[in-house]
Ligand binder design. Structure first.
Ligand code: ADP
Ligand code: MG
Length: 407
């Protein structure tokens, strides 16, 4: 137990304040997190401490800093949100003391195996900055006795300082999307690297060689797609992009989009249903950008469809908006994924097996539609299909489109 005498408590808080001054002075995330875990060990009299950061768009946690464990082994180690103590803390946004992890079903025991470090007791607190959970700070194995209320208080205070610092460092890192892009480049580059190494081996069969070449081909294609989509997105995000306001005949625009995707539908043996009235009111918007948005939805409906599936393109007027919807009969989207769908790089778990992609298409669509002061909605029944609907305001004047800061 922590000594709860007044003097000790004062000493603890003196050290906390000192630490928080240090924390505020660095934007180097690694250095910062190392200081925090060290402080957690000292202040709570624990054998070890770790910080796991929360990747909201992927619904997972990963180890980012730790006092005791072999760093290369530990770092980046993923922990599922749904079956771990850290995950519980993230989901419930509450601290948690577990006196004996071996009796707690939430404990994710794989960690102990990988790190060869047995955990007995854990005190964990959520790291919350601006209402957002950014991670978890855990003190592991109280040196004598059990973690108590005072340890929890100390760790919470430390955690709140840490969360703000983490958020600052992250905002700094992400200010121009670069770090995210670099992160996402690692996977395709890794497979390219592995494939070229294998190709150099003299003993591989022709069949293996062909397989490697196909991998290289598809990963290269994915990288180049990622690069151009990423460029689109960064332009949209930084408001450097120019939107041209034009009068658009929706029926003609939709016809062009179908013309472009038709061959990919045929290739996949999909039925197409044109559910668009003969005339629709004109809208004002950026023709190329809207076309890009609709094409993105159609290409998803092709990629994520079932064999012999159907795609239905509909359009109608609703509540002073032009509505355009793309419906497919594919696997659908699980409910828990819906809130994440429009985030950059997010792909529904398991999607990699269905089709290649970057997870950037829908965030581009959303940005384009929002620049038109419109909305995008998604409805999906898992196992039956999905419908994405765009709502574009009809009462749109030239000046609205070109004159706003969002464009
Ligand atoms: N019509 C759809 N049916 C099922 N899942 C979809 C559909 N459209 C998008 N998704 C899911 O949303 C994710 C993000 O879509 P998107 O941003 O277009 O990325 P990408 O197509 O590159 O994977 C996809 O990876 C997929 O998991
Ligand atoms: Mg897509």
């Amino acid at each position: 137990m922590c000594d709860s005498s007044l003097e000790n408590k004062l000493e603890l808080y003196r050290r906390l304040v000192e630490l928080s001054r240090h924390l505020a002075s660095t934007l180097d995330l690694d250095e910062l997190l190392n200081r925090i875990v060290q402080a957690a060990v000292d202040l709570c009299n624990a054998e070890a401490a770790s910080i796991l950061l929360f990747e909201e768009n992927k619904r997972q946690l990963f180890f980012q800093a730790s006092t005791n464990m072999a760093q290369p082994l530990m770092r980046g180690l993923k922990v599922p949100v749904d079956s771990s103590i850290a995950g519980w803390i993230v989901t419930h946004r509450k601290p948690l003391i577990v006196a004996d992890v071996s009796r707690d079903p939430r404990f994710y025991s794989r960690i102990a195996k990988v790190t060869n470090f047995p955990s007995r007791s854990i005190l964990g607190v959520p790291l919350i900055a601006k209402e957002k959970v950014v991670g978890v700070l855990e003190a592991i194995n109280k040196k004598d006795g059990e973690f108590d209320q005072q340890d929890e208080e100390v760790l919470m205070t430390l955690g709140s300082q840490a969360a703000i610092a983490i958020e600052n460092a992250r905002l700094f890192l992400q200010s121009d999307l670069i770090s995210e892009m670099v992160h996402e480049l690692r996977t395709p580059l890794g497979s390219l690297n592995a494939a070229t190494h294998l190709l150099l081996r003299p003993e591989i069969t022709d069949e293996q060689r062909k397989k490697m070449i196909l991998i290289i081909q598809s990963e290269t294609k994915r990288l180049s797609e990622m690069a151009s989509r990423f460029l689109d997105l960064s332009r949209l995000e930084s408001a450097r992009v120019q939107f041209q306001a034009q009068e658009i005949e929706p029926v003609i625009l939709l016809g062009e989009c179908v013309g472009i995707t038709r061959s990919s539908m045929v290739e996949r043996g999909l039925q197409f249903v044109w559910d668009v009235p003969e005339t629709l009111p004109t809208i004002v918007g950026d023709r190329d950008k809207l076309k890009q948005a609709i094409l993105n939805l159609l290409s998803n409906a092709v990629k994520y469809n079932s064999e012999n599936g159907t795609i239905t393109l509909s359009a109608w007027v609703e509540d002073r908006h032009l509505a355009i919807s793309v419906n497919d009969t594919g696997p659908g989207i699980p409910e828990e994924s819906l809130p994440h769908l429009f985030k950059k790089f997010y792909r529904v778990p398991g999607t990699e097996k269905l089709a290649q992609g970057t997870g950037l298409g829908l965030s581009i669509v959303k940005k384009i539609i929002e620049a038109h002061r419109g909305e995008i909605k998604v409805d999906s029944v898992p196992g039956e299909g999905s419908t994405f609907t765009l709502y574009i305001p009809l009462q749109y004047r030239n000046r609205d489109l070109t004159g706003t800061a969002t464009l």
